[in-house]
Design a protein around this ligand. Structure first.
Ligand code: PGA
Length: 222
């Protein structure tokens, strides 16, 4: 069985109470599944929930990892509002970098994203680099790319599995990346059409990761 990353991107959602409920419900579901085999499950909450997620994963004995949704391009220092890699590393193993919402709403450029990849690496975080374009030059130091066409995100209209497979193959051919995931309107019903493609190594899930039932079903069917 090939290794698969199944990533929950909570975006700007959830309170402390809602996070506790999510993990409680998730624990019941996941323990029903038994062995997760080659599935690497990563939860990416908003920054203030990182320590709580770490505590709850430990408490419920879940074989899950944690990722941040962003990272400062700088190391610690006088950068008001920034969250640096050293702090993130206390809680997380992964960092999403370059999500299309960061590019669109926060003006993040490829140059800035390359710096963020460098900082993530410097602090031992594995970047999960998002791109909407198959032609984008993926920065050095990225092993995991998530291909997410903008029109597929949150729209209920995913890319076709055939096109996603072709893009994943292209990205691997043109860059030295090891894993390409697909993201954009992934659900429990369609996940398997993507995960079964030979060049696709998992999925990045937004909306459907907010419900523990839906996300557990995605893990199960991937
Ligand atoms: P979606 O979001 O699953 O809600 O389409 C995916 C993403 O933005 O990563």
């Amino acid at each position: 069985m090939k290794k698969q990353y199944i990533i929950a991107n909570w975006k700007s959602h959830k309170t402390v109470d809602e996070t506790e409920e999510w993990f409680e419900d998730m624990a019941l579901k996941v323990h029903e599944f038994g062995d997760l085999e080659e599935k690497v499950i990563i939860v990416c909450p908003p920054f203030p929930l990182l320590p709580i997620c770490k505590k709850l994963i430990h408490q419920h004995k879940l074989p899950f990892f944690i990722g941040s949704q962003d990272i400062s391009p700088f190391a610690e220092g006088a950068y008001t509002g920034a969250v640096d890699g050293k702090l993130i590393r206390e809680f997380a193993d992964y960092a999403i970098i370059g999500h299309s919402e960061r590019r669109k709403y926060f003006g993040e450029t490829p140059e800035l994203l390359a710096e963020k990849v460098g900082t993530a690496r410097a602090f031992g975080l594995q970047p999960i680099y998002c791109t909407a374009e198959k032609e984008e030059k993926i920065p050095v130091g990225v092993d995991i790319v998530a291909y997410e066409p903008v029109t597929a995100i949150g729209s209920g209209h995913p890319d076709s599995p055939e096109n996603a497979e072709a893009v994943a193959g292209f990205l691997k051919q043109k860059n030295s990346v090891l894993y390409v995931l697909y993201g954009g309107s992934v659900t429990a019903t369609n996940v398997n059409q993507f995960s079964e493609q030979s060049s696709i190594n998992g999925v990045l899930v937004g909306g459907a990761s907010l419900s523990p039932q839906d996300f557990a079903a995605i893990i199960h069917h991937a």
